[in-house]
Write a protein that binds this ligand. Structure first.
Ligand SMILES: Cc1cc2nc3c(=O)[nH]c(=O)nc-3n(C[C@H](O)[C@H](O)[C@H](O)COP(=O)(O)O)c2cc1C
Length: 303
């Protein structure tokens, strides 16, 4: 997650607790990225990864740093992979690619990636323009590819993880839930807004372009009003570009910034250290699995 996981502490904490922390390189300066990569290498011997949006102007430099550091896992998004795969293969890096449609899933498979991260419409950040839910999109992709699938979007606890494993996913990616950790590097007002939000408090902003899901606020309301009023695509684009994630994440402007977060914000009630959160997720997953294994007689009791 840009800004939230653009630091080494969250990645190290998640990986050392048995998950796979991912450093979000997108908003980072090249030298900060290099420093964080070195810190992570020193801080964990467990699997970890970096996210590099391939259409980012700094992507070539970030990719070079990741290559030099022989990163275990790449979680790439937004762009073609063909020019990059071979050299990372050569150093044993596993390449996961983020997709939000069946078309992109098939394209990434054809390009030779190792696994897919499939983002559904509930997700914070960049959900599918077609607004297909995680429940439906993950199942569709699982049925159509031969690669391992990591389900993403709307998962905030072990019960959601169990649901995605039931659909055939091999793993899950959680975003919004980890904003509510002390290690996430966003402004306290951002974390507070995630805690306060309920499941219906997000907005889908930027339909027709590269949409985002964020917490509803003055900015998203203004955008929705303009959309309803039939504002031209050009004007809407200008409006969209006038607010940023940085504004919310760094400056704490949760009224006029892009407070990117998923519908799962409504399932988040507390700030927990990442390692503790990991333990809770595993305990809940075990409860959910036990509940399913016990069969229907217990369905009404175990929540
Ligand atoms: C604040 C925020 C920033 C994000 N930044 C990125 C990013 O830089 N690259 C990326 O691939 N996904 C990004 N995402 C998407 C997440 O990686 C993940 O797919 C999504 O949060 C999953 O849905 P959830 O929020 O319901 O857990 C971001 C999400 C959020 C909430």
């Amino acid at each position: 997650m840009s800004w939230a996981s653009s630091n080494s502490a969250l990645v190290i904490a998640v990986s050392n607790a048995g998950g796979m922390g991912v450093l979000a390189g997108g908003p980072m300066r090249v030298e900060d990225f290099a420093r964080a990569v070195a810190q992570i290498k020193a801080g964990t011997s467990k699997p970890w990864g970096v996210n590099i949006p391939l259409n980012n102007p700094r992507a070539p430099q970030l990719l070079d740093i990741a290559f030099e550091a022989r990163i275990p896992v790449m979680v790439a998004s937004q762009g073609g992979v063909r020019g990059h795969l071979a050299r990372f293969r050569g150093i044993g890096t596993k390449w996961l690619h983020v997709v939000a449609s069946i078309e992109h899933a098939l394209k990434a498979q054809a390009a030779g990636v190792d696994a897919l991260v499939v983002d559904g419409a509930e997700a914070g950040g960049h959900p599918p323009p077609a607004e297909v839910s995680t429940l439906v999109l993950v199942r569709r992709v699982v049925k159509s590819v031969k690669l391992p699938v990591v389900a993403s979007g709307g998962i905030a606890d072990g019960y959601g993880i169990a649901a995605m494993l039931a659909l055939g996913a091999e793993g899950v990616q959680l975003g919004t839930r980890f904003i509510a950790t002390p290690e996430a590097s966003v402004h306290p007002a951002y974390k507070e807004a995630v805690l306060k939000a309920d499941v219906g408090d997000t907005a889908f902003v930027g339909r027709g372009g590269h949409p985002i899901r964020q917490l509803r606020n003055a900015f998203s309301d203004r955008y929705a009003t303009a959309e309803r009023a039939g504002t031209t695509a050009e004007e809407l684009e200008k409006l969209f570009a006038a607010a940023t994630l940085k504004q919310a994440a760094l400056d704490g402007d949760v009224a006029w910034g892009k407070v990117e977060a998923g519908q799962s914000a409504g399932l988040v009630d507390d700030i927990l250290p990442a390692a503790e959160l990991m333990r809770r997720l595993v305990a809940e997953l075990n409860q959910a699995s036990a509940r399913l294994n016990q069969g229907q007689s217990t369905f009404s009791e175990a929540r």
